[in-house]
Design a protein around this ligand. Structure first.
Ligand SMILES: [Mg+2]
Length: 356
């Protein structure tokens, strides 16, 4: 097996800010998001591609991802045995979820190609066209910019609003001026410091009447008793994101949340996400697949698991202007593989004309 990797800077259409990156006076945020692409090729010419989009919330960034990837012995990776390949990667280091995730996706791409079918069939899940709709995310900004972004996102039927800034109320009002009826998801990214503050905000959000759920109201380190206190009083469903990295976090999340947000960059790829989704569903929690700022490689990888979700939030590739790949599409928010150039594996191919 041959392993190659390279870094790439995804360019954001709008400066991207969430509560954890918010600076004084509304400053902060980012215009570029560094990722790494990996490719595996075996001696039979079967290849697989993957992507790492490490979030600084969990990891040290793309340089550390690349450093880990350079330490991997590709001879220990095989399309024929993905579980053993992952065990080898876990033996090298406990963390590095993004790097392992990239390799897991590349391994499953190759394995499914070898079997001549898409990953969703390879995993026995299937994929129903026309059923899976992603939300479109609106980052923290000024009310004027929010209004403009919401108008630009007119074709997407569900929005996700990032909150946790001093202007949350003005921002939601600005959104509602231009999208009075659209269903909205809200993401606080751990912004609220106490259970009382979180409850007050949930009550305010519930009064909107069109909000589906609120992600991660408080820090992932919040005391379990405070989480159950909030869950028992919450007028809207609350969803764990930063609190639910993998299925190991299930016991805590089952008591403190109504739903979980699974991301391939937290679960070390598709295999870990499959376990995290199945575990959450069997505990009676609703599930969503979310994303980081990502290209179509990671977004398509997430789409293969859509059948195990109640909600999708896989818009990372819609927020960038230089996606080097073509994969699952999101016309009007509807995730589809119908016009995807590849019929098998991850169903992703390099986009002509964009240097990757
Ligand atoms: Mg979130």
């Amino acid at each position: 097996m041959q392993l190659t990797c390279r870094s790439f800077s995804l360019k954001l259409a709008h400066r991207w800010t969430i509560s954890s990156g918010l600076g004084p006076g509304g400053s902060g945020g980012t215009d570029l998001f560094p990722v790494a692409f990996v490719e595996l090729k075996d001696t039979n010419g079967i290849h697989g591609i993957g992507e790492a989009a490490p979030s600084t919330r969990y990891e040290r960034g793309v340089e550390s991802t690349l450093e880990f990837l350079r330490r991997v012995d590709p001879k220990r990776l095989a399309f024929e045995n993905v579980p053993a390949s992952m065990e080898y990667l876990d033996s090298l280091e406990a963390k590095q979820f993004a790097a392992k995730g990239a390799l897991n996706i590349a391994l499953l791409d190759g394995a499914a190609r070898q079997a001549g079918r898409p990953i969703y069939h390879h995993l026995g899940l299937g994929f129903t066209e026309g059923k899976h709709v992603t939300s479109f995310s609106i980052g923290i900004d000024s009310p004027d910019a929010i209004r403009e972004k919401v108008c630009e996102a007119d074709r997407y039927p569900v929005l996700k609003l990032k909150v946790g800034s001093p202007r949350d109320k003005e921002n939601l009002a600005a959104l509602r001026e231009v999208a009075p009826k659209k269903p909205i998801r809200v993401d606080a990214n751990e912004a609220w410091k106490t259970k009382e503050e979180a409850l007050k905000n949930l009550e305010w959000l519930a009064s909107d009447g069109g909000i589906q759920f609120v992600e991660q109201p408080m820090s992932a380190t919040t005391d379990a008793n405070d989480l159950t206190w909030l869950k028992s009083r919450a007028p809207l469903p609350i969803m764990a994101d930063e609190s639910y990295l993998s299925m190991a976090d299930l016991p805590r999340c089952a008591d403190g949340y109504h739903a979980v947000n699974v991301k391939l960059m937290k679960t070390s790829g598709i295999s870990g996400a499959l376990s995290a989704l199945k575990a959450a569903r069997s505990a009676g929690l609703k599930t969503m697949i979310g994303c980081m700022i990502e290209s179509s490689v990671l977004i398509s990888a997430a789409a293969h698991l859509a059948e195990l979700t109640d909600y999708l939030d896989i818009d990372g590739n819609l927020l960038i202007t230089n996606d080097p790949f073509l994969g699952a599409t999101a016309e009007k928010g509807i995730i589809s593989f119908t016009n995807t150039p590849e019929a098998i594996g991850l169903r992703v191919r390099a986009r002509p004309g964009i240097s990757s």
